[in-house]
Design a protein around this ligand. Structure first.
Ligand code: G1P
Length: 308
């Protein structure tokens, strides 16, 4: 077992959230609104990610943004005019919700001028991150706050150094969407919703299922050492003509950097595609503190009467 603690002081303090993408899979909704700001139930997808980061003790967050995405930064800023008006009207719950998003973490930004891939986006974070290990969190993967993985990943990184990846077993037909790893057992396992802690021996970006080393996919949580930046600088465009983070990590692995993975078995919602976003809304909706019971009742009735 690996002991985890979100509260203890960390050598890793920063999280990088690549959010410069054009959101083409979500057009027309993302024509004027960044996909990261589309609400999942009652708050933007990005707010879940920033909350997850802060809950793991990483309250220095760097958003890698792009053209047309400044509303993301506004979301985490104060809104004195709105706060004043809500205060005057006695709308306390709304006021707290508005204030909360500006208090979760310290939000910094950098711009990825051209969308040249995930590796390129991470490289934009180099000067903000400096020499420390840091986390990368991808916005399309929502990890349920009840099933945290990041604290365990940070613990594993503190123990072994190098790279730590979140891994998920995926069906064969989804292998082509992910970075896929080969692993060896370490004989250690996480708690409850976490599976084995494994040593990664190889990784490949979006392989054909026939050539994939396993069905263990990298999902959007990474803890990386600062050496990744030099590795990315030396990485040539790979799958899809983009500078791939997986390729840079594979180079570090070959050069002897330890790479570990924590297998995730908890609740995770993919919000990257329209159909998955719909599913995430329902799954999080039925468990929502305020709306859950009414929504669940309605949904049960709807399924029985209209979908039967
Ligand atoms: C990226 C990474 C891939 C990883 C995936 C997780 O791919 O390149 O290795 O498995 O995120 O969601 P993308 O989804 O940006 O195509």
């Amino acid at each position: 077992m690996v002991e985890t603690s979100a509260a203890k002081p960390r050598t890793t303090r920063k999280a990088v959230i690549p959010a410069a993408g054009l959101g083409t899979r979500f057009l027309p909704a993302t024509k004027a609104v960044p996909k990261e700001l589309l609400p999942v139930v009652d708050k933007p997808a990005l707010e879940y990610i920033v909350e997850e980061s802060a809950a793991a003790g990483l309250d220095d967050v760097l958003l890698v943004t792009g053209r047309g995405k400044s509303a993301m930064v506004d979301h985490f800023d104060r809104r004195p005019d709105l706060e004043k008006s809500l205060e005057e009207k006695g709308k306390t719950a709304e006021l707290n919700a508005v204030r909360r998003s500006s208090e979760i973490a310290s939000i910094n930004t950098c711009r990825q001028g051209e969308p040249k891939g995930l590796g390129h986006a991470v490289l934009c974070a180099a000067s903000h991150v400096g020499d420390e290990p840091f986390a990368v969190m991808l916005g399309d993967d929502l990890i349920d706050a009840r099933d945290p993985i990041l604290p365990t990943m940070l613990d594993v990184q503190e123990e072994h150094g190098g790279i730590v990846l979140a891994l998920l077993e995926v069906p064969r037909e989804h292998i082509k969407r992910y970075g896929i790893v080969a692993v060896e057992n370490t004989g250690r396992t996480g708690e409850g919703h976490l599976g084995d802690i494994v040593r990664v021996t190889d990784m490949v970006e979006k392989p054909d299922p026939d050539e994939a080393p396993s069905n263990l996919a990298i999902i959007g949580r990474y803890v990386l050492p600062a050496e990744i930046f030099e590795a990315i600088r030396n990485t040539k465009p790979g799958a899809g003509g983009e500078i791939q983070l997986t390729d840079a990590m594979a180079d570090l692995l070959k050069a002897g950097t330890p790479v570990h993975g924590v297998v995730f078995k908890g609740r995770r919602y993919d919000t990257g595609a329209k159909i998955d976003y719909l599913k995430a809304t329902v799954l999080l909706g039925v468990d929502h503190e305020e709306l859950g019971s009414e929504f669940r009742e309605w949904l049960t009735d709807y399924v029985k009467t209209s979908l039967a």
